[in-house]
Each structure stands twice: as C-alpha cells, then as structure tokens.
Design a binder for this molecule. Structure first.
Ligand code: FAD
Length: 424
C-alpha cells in the first residue's frame, strides 16, 4: 500500500549550522520560530566571546566569564539539536556534513567556522609564540606570563632573569595592543610589592609591528594617541620591522636579537579551512568568496558567513572580520532560508551596518571610531566597557564582569591569577 503524499507529515527543511560562534549562533537564534529543524555542530561545547579573551590571558577574567555552554544557550529552542563534534569535510554532492560524530545530512548548510592564526608560513613558531583564539590559548598564555615572573624570582642567573622578564607581543592590531597594555599593567601595578627578589615593574614589554604604525585600521590621529598611551604605560613599540625569527630563548625583530621567554602572536589571521571542504574559490586569507546573499556561487543552499567569508556588500563595502558583521550575516542568512523555504521572494542583498570600531590600551585608555566620529581617552574606555559587556551571554556574566572591572579599576588587582597545568 502506498500513502498519498497529502497525508504524509510535512518534511521540515533541515538546516545544519557549523560553528556556534557569533555568526552560527545568531543564525540559530534567528531561525528559532521558523518551520525548520536545526542541527548546530561545534567542536567546543561553549560559545566564546573572543573580544575579551585577552583579559583571560592576562588574568583579569576567568574563562567561564566569557564563555557559555551552547546547550544552555539553546535549551529553550526546541527546533535545535546540538552536536559536539569536529567537522572535517563536506560532501556537497550527497549534501552531507562529515564530522567526528558521523554524517549529518542537510537541506541548507550554514558554515560559520571562523578564523585561525596565520604564521605566514612559519608554522614552526606556533609552539613558541602562541596566538589568542580559544580558551586553551588564553590559559596557556596566562600560564606562560605568570610562570615567567615566578621563575624570574627564583633564578640566580641574571641573563635568564632578564629574558624571563621580557615579553614580546607580535602584531599591533587591536588584539596585540590590548595584550601589550594589559601585560604592562599586570607588571607595573597588579604585581607591585608581591615579589622579594625581583621588581615586576622592571619587566620589558615589547610590541613589534612590521607596518609603519600601531592600529593601522584606525585614523592616523588615533593611532598616534594609542602610541603615546602605550609608551606612557611602559610598552616599547617597535614599528617598521618584521619578526624574523622566534624560538624558546629569543626573538629577532629586524636584525635586533632580544633574549625573551614569552612571545605572543597577534600578527595574522586566516580563515578556517571550510572553503577547502567546499572546494570554493578563496581570497588570499583563505576566505570563501560568496554571492551577495552569502551563498556559494554554484551551491545556492550552502552559505558561508562571518570570518570564513569574503563579501563585498550591496553598498560596495568589504564586510570586515568582526563580531557584529558575523552576527548580522547570521541573521540575514536565516532570513534568506526562511523566505526560500516558504517559497517567497528573496530579501534584498546584504548590507553591512558599521556601528564603529574600538580598541582599549589599558586602564582608562581606549580609542574609538563610531559613525565617523573619532575619540579617545576615558570616555572611549567607558564606551568600550559598555559595548563589550552588553553582548556577553547571560545576565550573571554581565554583572560579574562589570563588578570585576570596577573592582580592578579601583584596586589594580586581577582575580584570575592562576597557573594551571604547570610545566617546568
Ligand atoms: C582575540 C580576539 C579579539 C577580538 N576582538 C574583537 C573586538 O573587539 N570586536 C569585534 O567586533 N571582533 C573582535 N574579534 C573578531 C571576532 O571575534 C570575530 O570576527 C568573530 O568571532 C567571527 O565570528 P564567526 O562566527 O565567523 O566565528 P567564531 O566566533 O570564531 O566562531 C567559530 C566557531 O566555529 C567552531 N569551529 C571552528 N572550526 C570547527 C570545526 N572544524 N568543526 C566544528 N566547529 C568548528 C569554533 O569552535 C567556534 O565556536 C576578535 C577576535 C579575537 C580572536
């Protein structure tokens, strides 16, 4: 006996979303009330607020304050199933995602796997100069920084002590500037008076940048202001010279050899390998070149968003690799899928809304470019704080992070100074 199609339960489109970062999560939430079934796959069990990672790496915040379990976030979203698994391929002919937990078929696919570090071919530097992208990276960097002070306190070797008290951050974009500023504050203020044989304030903090100025994406005036602020808090800024070598004992900037035990990589970003899984055309950073609606040219049911995508929007602007851009892309693609599933006309092409960019340099210091207005100093710092607290997931996290910041602003303390997974 055959069943008439009219009485078969209606098949809901299955949307598979890879990545529960800013883009993937925003698409998931935007599809909450849509007649679709969602499978959200991530290799981690948490959503991470990357903009505050440097605060975990410098012991100001603890990991749980900037990360939230994905299952808890989508607990009430009944049309969403969560899978913890690492995707390693996509079979576009069979419309199947291949991951460590098996094969997941899709009707629509949203790929939002973000970006990773780019060592510009020097893959041997990854161990010596870790980058900052995940909680594991941040706790590793935190351990190296705090351990360097501990080892400097106990060594009798003057040269080793100097190398231990030298910290180099490579790359003076927002992450590099924030890291260098935070290490300087840790050394000059937080650790003051806590050691008996060394003076933590004597630590040398170097910020190396191959380009001509710090924060090159900001107007020259703001970049100058940031440079002055960095120098004021004791960061040595070396611009116009690339790092030519780094190993466990030293870093070579241009032709200057600097004995240094802690190096942090904040110089380059490249897309996740998603474009390769999809055999999509890429730009130099490995980002998939997508259509105006974020779909792939020959695969209209596959969308690539966020840091993994290269899109020039309807206004002719190149969409940046920033959290708000990924969030907007996630919402937009959810709308495209909704319309397509309902057989309604497609929405107009994506247009990025630029709410501005900011970078903080240290306690009470930041620069901002918001709707074309450039400003710096204390007001920019408070604005930065508000803008970074509001999108944190969970009311509790917002309150706790806000209180922690206020406490450390007035007391100069950092509450998460734990050396975990200690290694000699
Ligand atoms: C240190 C740092 C500071 C930053 N500061 C700012 C800032 O101040 N302001 C700002 O706007 N932006 C900032 N950014 C950039 C911003 O975080 C990114 O633009 C944004 O996260 C991109 O969102 P996304 O969804 O594309 O990727 P992500 O948010 O990175 O999410 C990618 C997700 O995919 C998952 N994933 C990756 N590979 C796989 C796989 N193979 N299988 C399964 N899951 C996978 C990851 O676990 C992750 O959850 C910063 C980034 C970093 C690293």
């Amino acid at each position: 006996m055959t069943t008439s199609p009219a009485i078969l339960p209606k098949h809901k489109p299955h949307v598979v979303i890879i990545g529960a970062g800013f883009g993937g999560l925003s698409a998931t939430r935007a599809l909450a009330k849509s007649p679709v079934d969602i499978t959200l796959i991530d290799k981690h069990n948490y959503h991470l607020f990357q903009p505050l990672l440097y605060q975990v790496a410098t012991a100001a915040l603890s990991p749980a304050q900037i990360a939230q379990p994905i299952r808890a976030i989508v607990r009430k979203q009944k049309n969403c199933v969560t899978e913890m698994g690492e995707v390693h391929g996509i079979d576009t002919a069979r419309k199947i995602v291949l991951s460590s937990v098996g094969e997941t078929p899709y009707d629509y696919l949203i790929v939002a796997t973000g970006a990773t570090h780019d060592y510009f071919g020097h893959t041997d530097w990854t161990q010596t100069a870790p980058g900052l992208k995940s909680i594991d990276d941040a706790t590793l960097i935190r351990r190296r920084i705090l351990q360097a002070f501990e080892q400097a306190e106990t060594t009798e070797d003057k040269n080793l002590r100097r190398a231990l008290l030298t910290f180099t951050v490579v790359g003076a974009g927002p992450t590099g500037v924030e890291m260098a500023g935070a290490i300087a504050e840790l050394a000059r203020h937080t650790l003051k008076g806590e050691f008996r044989r060394i003076d933590p304030a004597s630590a040398r903090i170097i910020l190396a940048e191959a380009g001509p100025r710090v924060l090159a994406a900001f107007p020259e005036k703001l970049s100058q202001e940031a440079l002055k602020d960095l120098e004021k808090i004791g960061v040595e800024v070396k611009t116009g010279r690339a790092v030519n070598s780094c190993d466990a004992d030293e870093v070579i900037i241009g032709d200057e050899v600097i004995p240094c035990r802690t190096i942090i990589w904040a110089a380059g970003v490249k897309a996740s390998p998603a474009a390769a899984w999809l055999e999509a055309k890429t730009d130099k950073a490995g980002r998939a070149i997508v259509e105006a609606d974020y779909s792939l040219p020959s695969q209209p049911d596959v969308f690539v968003i966020g840091d993994t995508a290269n899109l020039t929007d309807a206004a002719g602007n190149s969409v940046p690799g920033l959290a708000p851009a990924a969030v907007q892309a996630g919402k937009y693609v959810a709308g495209v899928i909704r319309k397509r599933a309902a057989q309604e006309p497609a929405p107009p092409p994506f247009k990025y809304f630029d709410a501005g960019t900011m970078a903080t340099i240290g306690r009470g210091k930041a620069i901002a470019l918001i709707r074309g207005v450039a400003f710096g100093g204390f007001i920019a710092w408070w604005t930065w704080g508000l803008i970074h607290i509001m999108p944190l997931i969970g009311f509790r996290n917002r309150i706790i992070v806000g209180l922690d910041w206020l406490w450390s602003y007035f007391t100069n303390t950092r509450g998460a100074r734990l050396i975990t997974a200690y290694k000699k």
